[in-house]
Design a protein around this ligand. Structure first.
Ligand code: IMP
Length: 179
């Protein structure tokens, strides 16, 4: 399918399934080599990362531990900044090598706010693996250790990514069509 309609918007294929799978395999190979002999904890950030996580994990040659979390942002009653906490984080991170799995880093706000909370638990190391990076849109100095594809600042859906809850099921990634 070259074109799809999601709610009121038209999208066209941007990364096809083969291109995604090839790159995810390369990322898995790189991570396996960097963490050879270790048992890292993969923290997959829901909802968008579920397909990326499933494919990445199946291509690792090391033994992973996997946990899924949701990040929730809320504004403090009095403070102006928002606080990002993890829902579902039950594993003790102390001394662990943690690899965060994200579908897409856009402004970088979510991860930038979450990382200090993660560091409080004193993991041995924290790495970030993201399938997509909208590099032009990122406003925080985040170190992204593994990036699948750097993409332009255009809205995308498919392969786990949604538009208002729709469009996650495709095996390709689609970009908003020009009007
Ligand atoms: P950030 O905090 O701005 O980096 O945004 C990260 C989150 O925004 C991602 O985990 C996605 O859920 C969502 N997001 C950002 N850009 C897109 C997009 O193009 N399509 C779908 N979701 C997106």
């Amino acid at each position: 399918m070259n074109k799809i309609q999601v709610l009121d918007k038209s999208f066209e294929v941007y990364l096809d399934a083969t291109t995604i799978q090839t790159r995810v395999r390369e990322m898995a190979k790189q991570i396996s080599s960097d963490l050879k002999g270790e048992r890292p904890l993969f923290l997959s950030i829901l909802n968008g990362s579920f397909l990326f996580t499933a494919d990445l994990i199946r291509n690792l040659t090391i033994d992973p531990e996997i946990s899924f979390i949701k990040l929730a942002s809320y504004k403090g009653m009095r403070s102006t900044g928002s606080i990002t906490t993890a829902i579902g984080l039950e594993v003790d991170l102390a001394g662990r090598d943690v690899i965060l799995l994200e579908d897409i880093v856009d402004t970088g706000n979510t991860l930038y706010q979450f990382l200090p909370h993660l560091q409080q638990q004193q993991p041995r190391s924290v790495r970030i693996a993201t399938l997509l990076h909208k590099a032009e849109a990122t406003v925080h100095p985040l170190v992204l250790d593994y990036v699948g594809f750097v993409i332009p600042n255009k809205f995308v859906v498919g392969y786990g990514l949604d538009y208002d809850g729709w469009g996650r099921q495709y095996d390709a990634i689609y970009q908003l069509s020009n009007p």
